[in-house]
Design a protein around this ligand. Structure first.
Ligand SMILES: Cc1ncc(COP(=O)(O)O)c(C=O)c1O
Length: 453
């Protein structure tokens, strides 16, 4: 089938764009040694997992269902190692609280599990210790870096005041609890590189006691700059030495986080357990055109060279950014006392709920802001919800019943969040192959609505 022949409404995954993103992420892995995981909460079209598994180190889950999906479907398409040389995809999981009747299965199918609190860690210890003791499972704790990006939106900011996500520094013990091998943080949403760098430098300073002793103590800066090609103005300058105070950049000084503000005192003892890995979470828009990929590569190289630990990143959006569409058809054109409304066979509320929840105005092909082109319309849906509106858009040509409209960037946080409110049918899931042909991956019907009730 061709793109024009698609039955609407349909989500269409663009294989070429997905691969473009994966190549960028592969380059980050190749040049930095980072391990990048797909955050399935953003994108779980599992029919494309074999393709993604060819490029990435693994997948991460928000709970048992996503963990099972990755366990079953996130596999290389061929034999041996994947394109980045990884021998087997890794399966990671983080959930604010794991249920007692799920934890055994979660531990049995995951390679990493991250707990959100010391309560959760200890509550489930009898289960995870069985898997961790023979090396089948690595256990981490999610920390709260208490650092928000300047433009962080509170609803999507895990470091907002009152957040339940991650353990704050003052609540962390002086030493890593027995069996814990890693730290995880996630505090960004659709961010460039700088907020990640700032977050890491704060984590490195505040949670310094859990990091291994630096592999390179002396003449550290010149070593690292030579190795990674950084410059004297690089912001890692001033992070050398094993004293947390020396990790503070001018920026943090300005921000009031003084060098000796950490209330935790630790003994300088080589025997105490230190982290083997750190997971820098998601929210990194690595595949966006203006992302500072070189900066990210430098940061990961820095962490690995200095501490000798594994570095994980778990972006969701960046994997499938701009790699999907929601194709819809105009079903009616309704004149109102204001601008005319196009009634579409797709719904904001059901098929792209983030439009209403975030909220945001989804990008639409061949359109502009209202009033910029000849014909302005409000785009809405065939549900009865008055506010089921995508936004106001203008077009060069007048729109008619039967015309197609294509919402862009619809692979992420759309399919994973859709619903059948109003008894709305779920859109098909299609894939646009590199040769221009379209294949239907999944078609839904009435039973998908009824079976959930
Ligand atoms: C713990 C965790 N990791 C990764 C992600 C993926 O973030 P994004 O899709 O913005 O890259 C999220 C998103 O909420 C998250 O909560």
């Amino acid at each position: 089938m061709t793109f024009e022949e698609i039955t609407t409404p349909a989500y269409v995954i663009d294989e070429r764009k997905l691969k473009d993103n994966l190549r960028i992420l592969k380059e980050v892995q190749d040049k930095s040694g980072a391990k990048i995981l797909l955050a399935q909460k953003a994108y779980s079209v599992y029919q494309t997992y074999p393709l993604i598994a060819d490029y990435l180190a693994g997948a991460t889950a928000s709970g048992i269902y996503e963990a099972k999906l990755a366990h079953e479907e996130f596999k290389f398409s061929g034999y041996g190692h994947n394109k980045c040389g990884f021998p087997k995809p890794e399966n990671h999981v983080f959930e604010p609280a794991f249920k007692d009747d799920e934890i055994e299965e979660v531990c049995s199918i995951c390679d990493h599990i991250v707990f959100n609190s010391l309560n959760q860690l200890e509550h489930h210890r009898p289960v995870w210790e069985k898997y961790a003791s023979d090396g089948r499972l690595s256990v981490g704790l999610r920390i709260n870096p208490e650092y928000s990006a300047d433009d962080a939106y509170e609803k999507y900011d895990p470091c907002a005041p009152g957040s339940r996500l991650g353990i704050r520094n003052e609540k962390m013990p002086a030493e890593l609890p027995k069996g814990v091998e890693g730290l995880h943080f996630h505090n960004l949403c659709e961010q460039g590189f700088e907020p990640l760098e700032d977050t890491f430098l704060k984590v490195e300073k505040d949670f310094h006691r859990f990091f291994p002793k630096p592999l390179i103590d002396e003449d550290y800066d010149s070593y690292i700059f030579e190795m990674i090609g950084g410059s004297e103005s690089d912001s890692f300058e001033g992070t050398a030495g094993d004293d947390p105070g020396e990790h503070v950049t001018d920026e943090f000084m300005d921000g009031g986080a003084s060098a000796d503000s950490s209330p935790i005192q630790t003994k300088d003892n080589d025997d105490i357990p230190r982290i083997k890995w750190i997971n820098l979470g998601g929210g990194h828009h690595i595949t966006r055109e203006d992302y500072d990929v070189e900066g990210l590569i430098r940061l990961v190289n820095y962490i690995k060279a200095r501490y000798g630990i594994e570095v994980y990143l778990e972006p969701g959006e960046a994997v499938a950014l701009n790699a999907g569409y929601l194709v819809t058809t105009v079903m009616d054109v309704v004149e109102t006392d204001r601008i005319p409304v196009l009634v579409l066979d797709a719904s904001a509320s059901c098929h792209m709920p983030d439009v209403i929840e975030m909220p945001y105005r989804p990008p639409l092909r061949d359109s502009e802001q209202p009033g910029e082109m000849n014909h302005t319309y409000r785009l809405s849906s065939r549900t009865c919800l008055a506010g089921d509106v995508m936004g106001d858009y203008s077009f060069e040509e007048e729109k008619h019943i039967g015309d197609r409209l294509i919402f862009e960037d619809m692979a992420i946080y759309s399919l994973v969040k859709n619903n059948t409110f109003n008894g709305m049918p779920l859109p098909d899931i299609d894939i646009l192959h590199e040769d221009g042909t379209v294949e239907v991956l999944k078609r839904f019907d009435y039973s998908d609505f009824k079976s959930r009730l």
